[in-house]
Write a protein that binds this ligand. Structure first.
Ligand code: 2NL
Length: 338
């Protein structure tokens, strides 16, 4: 009897969730050579008049042990089942990797070349007022040159519009009153134009501005010449054609010898051997004065170039609308592009 109480304590304290030790429990207590069997075997030594009493106690002990075995068994299977949900050997959930947009790739290329020449990067608002987008740039109201830059206006305030170039940011830099200035301004700009494969109502450009004492057209030419050599290689030739912009005087457009055919003539250069890449000029004195910069003391040059066109050519893309359709099948193709 004393011995049975000891066994009961032992059995109650037994706990395990792995199958192996549950089986060990079964062999120890309920097996053919187990404790329950052994105690049952003692029955023959019990005097007849006490057999009934002993039988009851032993049966109770047997049931107690079997119940414990059943509960140990179900604990072990529960544990195993919940454990099987987590397979630590499986590979992790894939993290979807994006890729840089081709316009961003081209923008970064352009920026890094000018950065090496000491230009800082400045950014400004896409929603701009009339002064910073037009008037300060020597484009007063009713000036015919505004026609070419028709844009989108904000209904709540007719003075607000979507900028047509990033020059607004350069005006803001000049208004800060700290000279000299050497900045490039990349960003998105807008034009009220019909959307087609070749042009869009929004696109991207990089503009540059350098203002100091004694900045000359020679500085402009050398800066841009360095840029195209870095961009298209040592062998590229450049030419400047006189042009007109209201905010520069004199103004020019710069062509590079076709970097696709080397000047022999192809579809890209329309068989002329030359590709137009940017507009530039000496900052108009009116623009300097509008920003409270003394135009007798300071001079400067500025330039502007689109990003989409060179990106279309470099990556051999035939429709500008692909850039803004957000189709991952298109974007995925630039995963390893530089
Ligand atoms: C083009 C031509 C150009 C400028 C942009 C500029 C900015 C200031 C003052 C004077 Cl604040 N000029 N920018 C000058 C000449 C040409 O862009 O074809 N852009 C895509």
């Amino acid at each position: 009897m004393q011995q049975l109480e000891e066994y009961k304590k032992e059995i109650t304290a037994y706990s395990s969730t792995d199958e192996k030790s549950v089986e060990e429990f079964r062999i120890k207590y309920l097996g053919t050579k187990g404790i329950v069997k052994a105690i049952m075997g003692e029955m023959k030594n019990v005097p007849n008049d006490r057999k009934k009493e002993f039988g009851q106690v032993l049966n109770e002990f047997k049931t107690f042990t079997e119940q414990k075995f059943e509960s140990l068994k179900s604990q072990a299977t529960d544990h195993q089942q919940s454990g099987s949900d987590i397979d630590l050997t499986l590979p992790g959930d894939p993290v979807p990797l994006g890729s840089r947009h081709p316009v961003t790739l081209m923008k970064n290329r352009i920026i890094s070349i000018y950065q090496r020449l000491g230009f800082a990067v400045a950014e400004g608002p896409e929603i701009e007022d009339d002064w910073h987008n037009f008037t300060a740039l020597n484009l007063p109201e009713h000036h015919p040159a505004r026609d070419m830059q028709d844009t989108f206006y904000i209904q709540q305030n007719p003075d607000w519009l979507l900028r047509t170039h990033t020059s607004n940011t350069q005006i803001r830099e000049m208004e800060k009153g700290k000279l000299p200035i050497r900045v490039i301004c990349p960003g998105r700009v807008y034009r009220n134009e019909t959307v087609s494969a070749r042009s869009h109502c929004f696109f991207h450009q990089v503009e540059g501005l350098y203002i100091d004492e004694n900045v000359s057209f020679a500085d402009l030419k050398q800066t841009l010449y360095f840029f195209v050599k870095e961009m298209y290689g040592e062998d590229v030739k450049v030419r400047f054609r006189p042009s007109y912009f209201p905010f520069t005087e004199p103004s020019a457009e710069m062509d590079v010898s076709c970097f696709i055919c080397g000047g022999k003539g192809c579809r890209i250069c329309k068989y002329s051997g030359w590709v137009e890449i940017l507009g530039c000029g000496m900052v108009h004195p009116n623009v300097l004065e509008n920003c409270k910069i003394d135009s007798d003391k300071y001079t400067g040059f500025a330039f502007g170039m689109g990003i989409e066109r060179p990106a279309l050519i470099k990556y051999d893309i035939n429709d500008i609308r692909l850039f803004s359709e957000n189709d991952v099948r298109f974007l995925r193709q630039f995963t390893s592009a530089v």
